[in-house]
Design a protein around this ligand. Structure first.
Ligand code: GLA
Length: 390
């Protein structure tokens, strides 16, 4: 077997110096989809897939204002002028690191020139937050280079701002937050309004199996933003009657019901999803605390149906994968995870049944769609930090 070259060696060969290395994980969301943008509740876990960023100071004073960023994944480098960052994204991998530098500058954090090498193994376009993992890895590397120490939740907010304000995707805080604050073998129950969170242990008797439909999605796609716009339209209608409510976080399904007739069908569906999903997250947290996986799994499946019917952010392939999974012995629950419109499903499976589950679902999915799904055994991992053992 050929040994992969270490990222430190790659950085050294390209830039002539060794650097400090930082990693940030992708994530899988157990339950709580499209609720973060309404200041609601989510329950993701950081995954054992990471982006690693190695950073070293620029070699000469001539390069004091230059950031040279090399992506091993794309086999390409970009050079940025730190005094004049590009003003717009351009649909390129470098939008994410550039957005982070822009976001840091907006907060008054500047730094001297540097060289950076990026390499990641988070599957791209699969709904596992490869972009958040790039943002967070770049942010903690640049902050360390600048000698600035910030609390993790603040780093998450800076990265979200990079994506909202520079890249142009109106994402919520979930992905960046769990990439920063995730904890091994725990799910993270996050209140997206207060940013307070609870870590809920994931026992060894169950496993998270992530199945990739192999249908690609992109967060920057109009669909994500258009669903958000539907929700905002719904909130405006509801606020006429419930003026004290700031977001859907402040309402219940029962409170919405009397005004449902005033809402266009699609707007009603989006709001119903968010309201019912917030309730499901709280119930799921309770179920997990009590080790009631049957209840947890039922809530996952209900969440999938709500994504399919009300938020309308599933896709045919994910629906097939979920229904196949639900038929397997030992599978408590299955649902599409992440923004949707493709990407992955997450499955809660009895540990002993995992090999048979993977094999059977994979074969049945291939038979139904002609697609060979990728399957990952997800282990909840720690959030971002410096790595010294590369
Ligand atoms: C994407 C966004 C998140 C969240 C999910 C849907 O992953 O980045 O903020 O909105 O979609 O739950």
């Amino acid at each position: 077997m050929s040994q992969e070259k270490s990222i430190q060696d790659i950085h050294f060969q390209r830039f002539g110096s060794r650097g400090r290395a930082f990693q940030a994980p992708g994530r899988v969301n157990l339950i709580g989809e499209h609720t973060d943008t309404s200041e609601g509740f989510v329950m993701p876990a950081a995954l054992d897939f990471h982006t690693v960023a190695v950073i070293s100071p620029a070699n000469s004073s001539k390069q004091e204002d230059a950031a040279v960023i090399h992506s091993e994944n794309f086999q390409e480098s970009v050079t940025l002028n730190l005094k004049h960052l590009p003003e717009h994204s351009r649909g390129h991998w470098s939008d994410y690191p550039t957005g982070v530098l822009w976001s840091l500058q907006q907060r008054g954090i500047t730094c001297k020139g540097f060289a950076m090498t990026l390499r990641g193994n988070v599957p791209q376009g699969a709904g596992l937050s490869s972009s958040a993992s790039v943002e967070v890895a770049v942010a903690i590397a640049v902050l360390a280079h600048a000698g600035v120490d910030l609390p993790k939740p603040e780093i998450a907010l800076l990265c979200q701002k990079a994506e909202n304000g520079f890249v142009g995707a109106q994402c919520g805080i979930m992905d960046q937050f769990v990439s920063c604050c995730g904890t091994r073998d725990h799910a993270l129950l996050l209140d997206c309004r207060t940013l307070q969170y609870d870590l809920l242990p994931l026992p060894e008797s169950v496993r998270l199996v992530v199945c990739n439909t192999m249908v690609r999605h992109s967060n920057a796609d109009g669909d994500y933003n258009s669903r958000r716009a539907d929700v905002e339209q719904g909130v405006k209608i509801l606020q006429r009657h419930l003026p004290q409510a700031r977001t859907l976080r402040d309402m219940t399904e029962a409170e919405m019901l009397p005004y449902a007739k005033e809402m266009p069908e699609n707007v009603l569906r989006r709001c119903r999803h968010v309201l019912s999903e917030n309730r499901r997250v709280m119930e799921a947290a309770e179920a997990l605390r009590q080790h009631d996986f049957v209840r947890f799994g039922t809530l996952m499946h209900k969440a999938h149906i709500s994504m399919r019917e009300d938020y309308q952010a599933s896709c045919k392939e994910a629906d097939i994968l979920v229904e196949l999974a639900m038929q397997q012995p030992g599978c408590y629950g299955a649902r599409i995870t992440g923004a949707g419109f493709g990407g992955c499903t997450v499955n809660l499976v009895e540990a002993d049944r995992v090999p048979v589950f993977m094999e059977t679902v994979s074969a049945a999915y291939r038979a139904a769609t002609g697609i060979q799904a990728e399957m990952y055994l997800g282990r909840a991992s720690n959030g971002a930090g410096e790595v010294t053992s590369l």
